[in-house]
Design a protein around this ligand. Structure first.
Ligand SMILES: [Zn+2]
Ligand SMILES: [Zn+2]
Length: 502
């Protein structure tokens, strides 16, 4: 990573990120003017660019560039039996308790992890807020009532399904119940045979999908870390369980390959190694379908938490859907002349969560000539805006005209902005704060002075976000230079070729 070692990155807090996201147009609270919708967020003009870049890179690196991968884009509403077969109708639940007084609902496991309200009989009923799990220091009582209102009895735990339920068609009756999908994975299983036949796939191969999923989380939170509506990118990678690769069962070999590939992917786009670790699920923690699951955990501002999971789901899903649909979901093994049910390895990523990790890891505060500089050191391919074109003097028509023409030309290939609403120092800081890797300034030397009969040099200054160094580049060369820089070319090489005047 260019120059990263010379800076000391701050451990950024969630509050800092939330505030930056709102101020600079990355992420807004959903329906904010109405007081917001619980745990739903809207991506603003810069957030949508960043998120699209993440999805595009995932697709390019894991689908487009691989001969063994194809994609689908399935509908969110699926046949209700899908969720019966997948186990979601019966098992995708959390035990919940309700307060009989204030009607608040809690996840049963969470009740004793919350501070609790207590009206203490030893102090004439004074109200106290007591830390989670601790007894009252006056009367010694422990929590038995609702932790929030301190008055109501809690109901016995009941299973609460996390799927959003709705109705298909005009009649709200049991026969028309449908669910918003809680994961994208099932569409790959139910389309397994369609993809296999239409694309003439041979094992091992994978199907990928990026799209929205919905979970009616009871205790969502931590900004976009856990939301009720979110974007997933999931891959179902089918292997022949009878094959061996390098002397190991094929499913185990490919599981490890995917873990390594995903880990490398996050690092390639900027997550630092020390902020990533693998976490093996214990046997009793494994889902009912899983032979082995490994999470990639990231050091989020809220602490180490799951960034993505990579599970070996065996043949559970295809067998379940074969059983419930009555259709055969097998693969004909030419070599052994027999039908097999493939095993599947599933890398599953939350796009919103990845976006949060990339932002947290890119955030740096540093001191430049006695002033604080906030920089999002995004990888150039992730950066929402690639280039900002800035006129040094906005009163000179020729400078403004030339700057606008440069923006229009570069914008055919990349997201490029023009800004003349402040002095140059402040314009640079603005772009640093949203992670724009390069700024182009058009100045008097560029255009010359026709009144004095001075011709311009037709060159502009490119300023590198991370090093703050400059290069002087002919306007004609800009597309080629940015092509080089934005696809991983080194700034030092460009700077050496086009030195800035001292
Ligand atoms: Zn209550
Ligand atoms: Zn008490």
């Amino acid at each position: 990573m260019r120059g990263r070692d010379i800076l000391v990155p701050m451990p950024v807090t969630m509050d800092t990120l939330v505030s930056l996201c709102k101020r600079r147009g990355f992420i807004f609270q959903s329906s904010e003017i109405y007081g917001g919708t619980g745990s739903c967020y809207d991506y603003g003009p810069l957030g949508v660019e960043l998120k699209q870049n993440i999805k595009r890179l995932l697709w390019r690196d894991f689908v487009q560039s691989r001969a063994d991968m194809v994609g689908i884009d399935a509908s969110i509403l699926m046949h209700p039996t899908v969720w019966k077969a997948s186990g979601h109708l019966d098992h995708f639940t959390d035990p919940m308790v309700d307060c009989r007084e204030c009607k608040l609902r809690f996840r049963a496991d969470d009740v004793d992890t919350l501070p609790w309200t207590h009206y203490c009989p030893a102090t004439k009923g004074n109200k106290f807020t007591i830390p989670p799990g601790e007894p009252c220091s006056h009367c010694g009582a422990r929590r038995t009532l609702c932790p929030d209102c301190g008055k109501g009895l809690l109901t016995a735990p009941r299973q609460f399904n996390l799927m959003f339920k709705t109705f298909m068609g005009p009649v709200e009756e049991d026969a028309s119940v449908a669910y918003l999908r809680p994961e994208t994975a099932q569409a790959m299983f139910v389309n397994f045979d369609n993809v296999l036949q239409s694309m003439r796939m041979k094992l091992p191969f994978g199907i990928a999908q990026a799209g929205r999923s919905f979970r009616n989380e009871i205790t969502p939170g931590n900004f976009i870390f856990r939301t009720r509506e979110f974007e997933q990118m999931e891959i179902e990678y089918f292997v022949n369980p009878r094959d061996t690769v390098e002397g190991r069962p094929a499913d185990e070999y490919w599981h490890d390959r995917w873990i390594a590939d995903c880990m490398a992917w996050f690092q390639r786009y900027g997550l630092r190694e020390e902020n990533l670790k693998l976490r093996e699920h214990d046997k009793d923690e494994l889902s009912h379908y899983s032979k082995r699951t490994v999470d990639i955990d990231y050091r989020f501002p809220i602490g180490w938490s799951e960034l993505m999971g990579i599970a070996n789901r065996t043949d559970f899903d295809l067998k379940q859907h074969a059983k419930f649909s009555g259709k055969s979901l097998t693969y004909f093994d030419e070599e052994r002349k027999e039908h097999v049910v493939p095993y599947v390895v599933e890398p599953a990523m939350g796009v919103d969560r990845a976006l949060l990790a990339f932002m947290a890891d890119a955030y740096v505060e540093e001191e430049v000539r006695g002033e604080k500089r906030v920089v999002l050191r995004f990888h150039p391919e992730l950066a929402p805006v690639k280039v900002a074109v800035l006129p040094l003097l906005k009163k000179r028509d020729e400078i403004v005209r030339r700057a606008r023409a440069i923006r229009a030309d570069l914008a055919k290939q990349w997201r490029v902005v023009y800004d003349d609403t402040a002095a140059i120092g402040r314009l640079y800081r603005r772009q640093d704060e949203v992670g724009t890797p390069y700024c182009v300034t058009v100045d008097v030397q560029t255009v010359g002075d026709s009144e004095k009969g001075e011709a311009g040099d037709g060159k502009v200054t490119i300023r590198d976000r991370d090093s703050m160094e400059q290069a002087r580049v002919p306007i004609d060369a800009l597309p080629a230079v940015f092509h080089e820089l934005l696809s991983g070319g080194a700034w030092a090489q460009v700077a050496a070729r086009y030195p800035a005047a001292k």
